[in-house]
Design a protein around this ligand. Structure first.
Ligand SMILES: [Zn+2]
Length: 195
């Protein structure tokens, strides 16, 4: 069964991947939403449900290989590859640049689907797209679990996300939750309680 966007958000809350509250982000900005995709991907059944949406979307496309940027994209890419029964490879950072290592290679004209867990600006996905292009392979599309750009990111190829999250963040001095006197929590601290 393909979960709806609301059901996906419920799964995120149930697995404590998603919290609403008042949070201090690592950037120093404040937000009312905290999201950690790895928390939902702990559970194979949810991983399968989410990745099925991506796999279904691309099932009629010609695809040879799935590629993901490490680390966040690994679980997603592996599961989509399993569902489509295609090869799975990943790119990992070497001196800050995403690179194919471990003997992985891409052949010219190979049809490649890029998979990722969370896309905010899409930096890692754009880097993987460059790897695919530099090997003269073909981009079949991009599939990812969460679009944190709220639909703003555009890779220039067929793309799908399972859910869009509109995550606003604020400078501390402009934070509306601080102004209301709501206590701030640091994600990962024990104080966080899901609502
Ligand atoms: Zn605040």
């Amino acid at each position: 069964m393909r979960p709806t966007e609301n059901e996906i958000l419920d799964i995120f809350k149930k697995t404590e991947a998603l919290f609403n509250g008042h949070f201090l982000l690592t950037s120093g900005r404040h937000s009312d939403v905290y999201f950690q995709c790895a928390k939902v991907l702990q559970y194979p059944e949810y991983t399968k449900q989410l990745c099925s949406i991506i796999a279904d979307h691309f099932k009629d496309k010609e695809i040879d290989t799935i590629i993901s940027p490490a680390i966040g994209g690994l679980v997603v890419g592996q599961e989509v590859a399993r569902l489509l029964n295609k090869r799975f490879i990943f790119a990992e950072r070497e001196e800050k640049r995403l690179t194919l290592r471990r003997g992985f290679s891409i052949s010219p004209e190979e049809k490649i689907l890029v998979c990722e867990d969370v896309v905010t600006t899409g930096g890692s996905v754009f880097e993987v797209i460059e790897i695919v292009k530099s090997n003269n392979a073909e981009l079949a599309g991009v599939g990812f679990i969460v679009d944190r750009s709220n639909g703003k990111v555009n890779f220039g190829y067929p793309q799908i996300s399972t859910v869009k999250l509109d995550v606003k963040s604020y400078l501390p001095e402009e934070c509306p939750f601080c102004e209301k006197g709501i206590e701030i929590a640091k994600p990962g601290s024990r104080k966080i309680v899901a609502d």
